[in-house]
Design a binder for this molecule. Structure first.
Ligand code: URA
Length: 181
């Protein structure tokens, strides 16, 4: 099935449909070489309808440019949830399950050889991770097509600047995977 962003924009599969301003479907091209998957839109993303446009996103894309050499426009960027959970609370399992088919369609249609899961929610959904981020980040695994790896959420790096260097090292792994893909 061809991924249709307009169907996502009209989605009412969970109760977040009643509180959102915009559905945040994704940005960039599904033929990009890097697929970036975060957790869920925050306030800025909900207002603008674009993923990772707030402070977290600015840090993430500064690091991606510096370590991987890819700009926001050169990646396909989306989230496990397409609508903002009120107050930025964590997604609940029912929301993740309701939204999952959209992410599956995006992943099926993406031709990216590398998928980067940003934060533990994405790592669980995309990589099937069961361990804490400290145990899984930066370790590539085979996905159906290509490889996937997880890194910390940039919100964690904004709270604890030591995490920035860990993210940089993880992104160097992304760079190497892309060079060898
Ligand atoms: N955090 C995320 O996980 N995704 C966004 O799009 C913004 C903040």
């Amino acid at each position: 099935m061809t991924f249709d962003p307009d169907l996502v924009r009209a989605c009412t599969r969970c109760s977040l449909a009643t509180s959102r301003t915009h559905v945040v479907v994704g940005s960039g091209s599904l033929s990009s070489r890097l697929l970036v998957i975060g957790e869920a839109p925050g306030r800025d993303e909900d207002l603008q309808g674009q993923p990772f446009v707030g402070r977290s996103g600015q840090l993430l894309f500064r690091l991606l440019v510096e370590e991987v050499g890819l700009s926001r426009e050169e990646c396909y960027v989306t989230n496990t949830l397409k609508c903002r959970p009120p107050g930025n609370r964590a997604p609940v399992p029912a929301e993740l399950a309701a939204c999952r088919p959209w992410l599956d369609e995006q992943r099926d249609e993406s031709t990216a050889p590398v998928t980067l899961a940003v934060g533990l929610t994405a790592a669980r959904e995309v990589l099937g991770a069961t361990l804490p981020m400290g145990r899984i980040h930066g370790r590539p695994r085979h996905l159906g097509r290509g490889s996937g790896l997880a890194t910390y959420h940039p919100a964690a790096a904004l709270r604890n600047p030591e995490i920035v260097d860990v993210m940089r090292a993880d992104l160097q792994v992304v760079r190497a995977l892309l060079e060898n893909a």
